[in-house]
Design a protein around this ligand. Structure first.
Ligand code: 6PG
Length: 477
């Protein structure tokens, strides 16, 4: 067997298979391997003509087919299956070789694996890959972590197979050491959840408050997609909403059970944000909304609860314009929260993540790709230390212009009893950030009252406690 393959892919389910094809279509020789050989054979039969593949059956054969330093990409399920594959291949590798994990791994697992393999001199490259099966084949957004050295060897290949943004820039960058790539992919997915939830709320408002049909709403989304909301998720929303179920002739969206599932990356984003102390309320509401939708019994038991009296809505088209404002403003808030989490993770783990570069590689290929990411990139490029996206003048001005409509939409939603957790959480975040004073001062007073937890004063340094049970004098703690 020749040792000619520049990269190897093991795990040939749809994502692995399509990534292998993408490498081959871009002129690389790709060794392919799968636990059950049938998948390898199927790939060779169907797509073997697309480029140079080296089909291998055993782990040894697979490793032997790779040029050195070896680049071995594993595309298996996150969790235990990934550890199993690493344990199978690591003993066959040599210092300088690279294992690239392109699955949706938890970044803490990636950190653990990177540390263990580093002792063997092997580079472990935890890599976020976004774009679904189409992206894997035609150009995903790629978020590799790991050592600089591994990126020097791997980067040019990833750049070649990645999506390209409108200005031609490849949608891949070396995100940072160890788990940085998978962390950023996790936040990408958290933002994806928030985007989808906000779009869902906009849809429901247009339907239940403004009275539009799914087909009409599809047209509204198509129009929005030509403006500042231009994005993949808005585009596919129009497709889904205009689809008619062949069996019943009903709108497809009406025959699908309204219980959203999840594989867990959105939940991780929230769990980690809680640990880091980062308020990602919009993302959290999106995760909770999916979870609420799945509580069929609870929902059935609650259906008889009282709702508001029906009220008259003004002109539907004007309301739709307001919903666009609310959606856009809330979207800015979701990204603000997501980027805040990346900043916090980067500080906590010393990753030195370039936020402008992250925005840049999300401009193409990935699920949250959107025209406005180019403006986020520009904002961070101009000011890498931007405290928050909301501190960027352009975004601040846009929200200022949108806020009256945003508030009106929430008033209408509240009046009509349409749940808008995403829109509402986003506005509450915005209002809380800009507030001169927050009731946190009262919280501190309560904590001091019942637990002597102390507080800080606005007028001098130090920690203080009031003798609540005594003469209420203040002592320095
Ligand atoms: C991507 C997607 C991808 C996957 C999600 C779905 O970036 O290509 O995010 O990773 O579609 O994990 O997530 P849920 O099943 O949790 O909705």
């Amino acid at each position: 067997m020749s040792t000619s393959a520049q990269i190897g892919v093991t795990g040939l389910a749809v994502m692995g298979r399509n990534l292998a094809r993408n490498f081959a279509r871009n002129g690389y020789t790709v060794a392919v391997h799968n636990r059950t050989v049938a998948r390898t054979n199927a790939l060779m039969e169907e797509f073997g003509h697309e480029g140079e593949f080296v089909a291998t059956e055993t782990a040894k054969e697979f490793v032997a087919a790779l040029e050195r330093p070896r680049r071995l990409m594993i595309m298996v399920k996150a969790g235990e299956p990934t550890d199993t594959v690493i344990q199978e291949f690591a003993p066959l590798l040599e210092p300088g070789d690279m294992i690239i994990d392109g699955g949706n791994a938890h970044f803490a697992d990636t950190r653990r694996r990177e540390r263990a393999l580093r002792e063997q001199g092997i580079h472990f490259v935890g890599t976020g890959v976004s774009g679904g099966e189409e992206g894997a084949l035609h150009g995903p957004s790629i978020m590799p972590g790991g050592s600089k050295e591994s990126y020097e060897s791997l980067g040019p290949m990833l750049e070649k197979i990645s999506a390209k943004a409108n200005d031609g820039a490849p949608c891949v960058t070396h995100v940072g050491p160890d788990g940085a790539g998978h962390f950023v992919k996790m936040v990408h997915n958290g933002i994806e959840y928030a985007d989808m939830q906000l779009i869902g709320e906009a849809y429901q408002l247009l339907r239940d408050v403004a009275g539009y049909s799914p087909a009409q709403i599809a047209d509204i989304f198509r129009t929005w997609n030509t403006g500042r909301l231009d994005s993949y998720l808005i585009e596919i929303t129009a497709e889904v909403l205009s689809h008619v179920d062949a069996a019943t002739g009903k709108p497809f969206v009406d025959i699908v059970e309204d219980r959203a599932e999840q594989k867990g990356t959105g939940r991780w984003t929230v769990q980690i944000a809680l640990d880091l102390g980062v308020p990602v309320s919009g993302i959290a509401e999106a995760v909770f909304a999916r979870s609420l939708s799945g509580h069929a019994d609870l929902r059935a038991a609650s259906r008889g609860l009282a709702g508001p009296k029906a009220t008259q809505l003004g002109e539907a088209a004007a309301f739709a314009d307001r919903v666009e404002q609310a959606l856009y403003a809330s979207k800015i808030v979701s990204y603000t929260q997501g980027f805040h989490e990346i900043t916090a993770g980067s500080t906590e783990y010393d990753w030195n993540i370039d936020l402008g570069a992250v925005a840049s590689i999300w401009r193409g290929g990935c699920i949250i790709r959107a025209a406005f990411l180019d403006r986020i990139r520009a904002a961070y490029d101009a000011r890498p230390d931007l405290p928050s996206l909301l501190s960027d003048e352009t975004f601040a001005q846009e929200i200022a212009a949108a806020q009256d409509d945003w508030r009106e939409v929430l008033v209408a939603a509240t009046r009509q009893g349409v749940p808008t957790p995403g829109f509402s959480a986003a506005l509450a975040y915005y209002d809380a950030l800009r507030a001169e004073r927050l009731p946190a001062a009262l919280t501190q007073g309560q904590r001091d009252f019942f637990g002597a937890h102390t507080y800080r004063r606005t007028d001098r340094e130090g920690s203080f406690h009031t003798l609540w049970g005594g003469d209420r004098s203040e002592v320095e703690a």
